[in-house]
Write a protein that binds this ligand. Structure first.
Ligand SMILES: Cc1ncc(COP(=O)(O)O)c(C=O)c1O
Length: 242
């Protein structure tokens, strides 16, 4: 018997209930939610709505309309970082980031002259929140932190870091790729402004699903535009992710 040990990359095997739900949808519905008003399309839209509500419950978030789905957490993180950071801004991050964050920041360093401070962690793999506070500058617009590194698995003190960012009026984006569905995380109690998650690890879903929970009032420039609706001449309203 083989033992699967690569859960940090993706969870396996997926529970039978996940396969049954996907098969039920593909075999008996198959419609495009939000793209029609016939029975199956409305049922599919209800499933999406139900999923949003369940995720909000799981993550302690009370604005289901501000939960958006993406292809994975890489896309969610790129959307949030590139949609918030402006030319000349300063961003604080951990020394434990996945390339989904790190490469995105390094590209902004080249493209927009953004400066980055990567706060070091202890040899046990924990970040001291005081080091985050010490790194804050007048032009700091974002703190982006992994909740748990895929290499070490140490849980970072997000609640304390969030207390600091709240006091300084800076946004906190947390990469929950490794912890969503595996460890408790609560947007309201943990002082998180934006939470990014993936569906194919601890949430036991298939690949190709992730998302962002964006606290109301935060403006994020879209990474992609499109969507549905009759008014195709209208540009997306400023700050709305479509
Ligand atoms: C901490 C962390 N962030 C981001 C990612 C990227 O995940 P995804 O495949 O959902 O884009 C991973 C995947 O290993 C990860 O561990």
């Amino acid at each position: 018997m083989s033992v699967y040990l690569d859960n940090a990359a993706t969870s396996f095997p997926k529970p039978p209930a996940v396969l049954e739900a996907i098969s039920e949808y593909v075999m008996h519905n198959g419609s495009n939610p939000g793209r029609g008003s016939y029975t199956q399309a409305r049922q599919a839209a209800e499933l999406v709505c139900e999923t949003r509500n369940l995720l909000c419950e799981l993550f302690g978030f009370n604005a289901a309309d501000s939960l958006i789905f993406t292809a994975n957490v890489t896309e969610a993180l790129n959307l949030a970082i590139r949609g918030i950071v402006k030319p000349g801004d300063h961003v604080i991050t951990s020394s434990l980031e996945h390339n989904a964050v790190w490469r995105c920041l390094k590209l902004l360093e080249q493209e927009l002259n953004v400066s980055i401070t990567a706060v070091p962690c202890s040899k046990e793999g924990f970040t001291d929140p005081r080091h985050v506070e010490a790194a804050i500058r007048p032009e700091t617009s974002l703190v982006v932190f992994t909740h748990a590194s895929n290499v070490l698995g140490t849980i970072q003190p997000v609640r304390e870091i969030g207390g600091i960012t709240r006091r300084h009026g800076i946004l906190l984006l947390v990469d929950c790729a490794q912890t969503a569905g595996a460890c408790p995380i609560h947007v309201a109690r943990d002082n998180i402004d934006i939470l990014a998650f993936t569906g194919h690890k601890g949430l036991l879903g298939p690949m190709g699903i992730g998302g962002l929970l964006i606290s109301p009032g935060i403006e994020i420039k879209p990474l992609k535009v499109g969507g549905t609706g009759r008014d195709s001449l209208s540009a997306p309203s400023k700050g709305r992710v479509v």
